[in-house]
Design a protein around this ligand. Structure first.
Ligand code: PSU
Ligand code: MN
Length: 303
């Protein structure tokens, strides 16, 4: 495994010394935002984590290696290189065999974080069960990873490009706890509410860390969803954004977009249709998640 896994010196040192580490994904860099905002925002996430006293570990596949913690050069390379393939679990083996680059999704970032011994990961939104999944079978590999891999994922909920109700049902079936960070509502990425509730309100980073530790002690495999709503000052108007999302989902369908291209297509359609306003919300909710991820990772190190 060491042949394929490359942990940066500061991440390795932090892990060896039981210091808090927070993983970050790279699909958001290659497919979620355009240059130069992608790099700026990736750096700002790392800063937010450091400000809280934890060490960031941005995860990506570069030249056939699973990198945990990117150097500035690697981050710049990753953010400026076009057409890096989105790497989900099924893509890892061939990407490594061909010594290619890969942008890690929530699923793959969880998997690699877990190989490196990182327990907390902060991102924007998770993938889930798509609308009309009963016909398309389109269920993100993120959910299967959450079912199996022991990493807690701090996110701003799921976008309503998905069927949020079915996504929560799926997580329940697979035994994945869905915990709100200081909220009873499951958030919908751009907005603080989705109309669905979380299973538990995690009132503090401390209680969430405790739950992660207990889950680990009991050998209950699988991840956890820590749903952290976008701060009110950055939240978007619900009717406005939902109208846009519906249009983006319809456009994807009418243009026959399929498979792994659906999510990136819809995300960029939302960006175009909101004339960039969605990006502002997107960036700030990710920074907020990075910060909460660091708080939880810190509490976890004390246990
Ligand atoms: N949802 C978002 N923003 C994102 C993604 C999902 O709101 O950037 C990205 C994440 O990397 C996630 C992936 O893991 O898309 C899910 O893709 P798919 O639906 O193809 O499984
Ligand atoms: Mn899919």
């Amino acid at each position: 495994m060491l042949e394929y896994l490359d942990i940066s010196p500061d991440v390795k040192k932090a892990l060896d010394e039981n210091k808090p580490v927070v993983a970050l994904e790279s699909t958001i860099i290659s497919h979620g935002m355009a240059y130069p905002e992608n790099i700026e925002s990736a750096k700002r996430c790392e800063e937010e984590i450091r400000k809280e006293g934890a060490i960031p570990a941005t995860i990506a596949i570069i030249g056939g290696k699973m990198k945990v913690g990117l150097s500035e050069d690697e981050l710049n390379y990753f953010g400026t290189t076009k057409n890096i393939p989105k790497a989900s679990r099924r893509d890892i083996a061939m990407i490594l065999a061909n010594k290619m680059d890969g942008a890690t999704t929530v699923a793959t970032t969880m998997l690699i974080a877990s190989l490196a011994g990182i327990k907390v990961f902060a991102t924007g939104g998770i993938g889930g069960v798509h609308r009309k999944a009963q016909e398309s079978f389109d269920i993100s590999a993120d959910l299967m990873e959450l079912a199996n891999t022991n990493v807690a994922v701090v996110c701003a909920g799921a976008k309503s490009i998905l069927d949020i109700g079915l996504t929560l049902e799926y997580l329940e079936t697979h035994g994945v706890p869905v915990i709100g960070y200081k909220t009873d509502d499951f958030p919908a990425f751009y907005t603080r509410k989705s109309g669905f509730s979380v299973d538990y309100n995690g009132e503090s980073a401390e209680i969430i860390a405790k739950a992660i530790k207990i889950k680990e002690d009991l050998g209950l495999n699988g991840g956890m969803v820590i749903a952290n709503p976008i701060p009110s000052e950055y939240a978007m108007d619900e009717d406005f954004i939902n109208g846009i999302i519906n249009k983006a989902v319809d456009d994807a369908e009418s243009q026959g977009i399929r498979g792994k291209n659906i999510t990136p297509f819809i995300l960029s359609a939302i960006y175009e249709l909101t004339e960039g306003k969605s990006l502002y919300a997107n960036k700030h909710l990710v920074y907020n998640n990075a910060c909460v991820g660091a708080k939880i990772a810190k509490e976890l190190c004390k246990l």
